[in-house]
Design a protein around this ligand. Sequence first.
Ligand code: RB5
Length: 157
Amino acid sequence: MKTKIAIASDHGALELKNKVVNRLVELGYEPEDMGVHEDTSVDYPDYAAKVAESVSSKRFKKGILLCGTGIGMSITANKFPGVRATLAYDNYTAKMSRLHNDSNILVMGGRTTSEEAAYDILEAWLNTPYEGGRHDERIRKISELENNFPITGEKRQ
Ligand code: RB5
């Protein structure tokens, strides 16, 4: 069975998002394209939320988000419990985001990343496993911060 991947962008990365969707199909994945489908200006949080919700709820194991720089998508997606959205600008950061951070959403910038670099980043991210070991405890601490306010220690409602 083909691995499903949720994907979305805003208008700032529509062209690159469409190329990444086609590339995913060529690589044997089943992308679910959650928009945008035209280059009218939209608000990136609306599209970040679609993919981040689908990963946070475990409907999808992995997702991909793109906006002009990748910054807005990263900020928004990381508000969702269990989401580890990582912005990658090159092969090294893509690889490390999987090895050390168990990234479950890859974020790229349509105005900062060439088509060739995007394919390189994509494949590095898809093909690199999580290393586990000492990183498990670090990731557990991230989850803990999602559940308790760091300063007061209060539990989130
Ligand atoms: C849209 O112009 C732009 O702000 C958006 O694509 C993104 O770069 C935000 O971080």
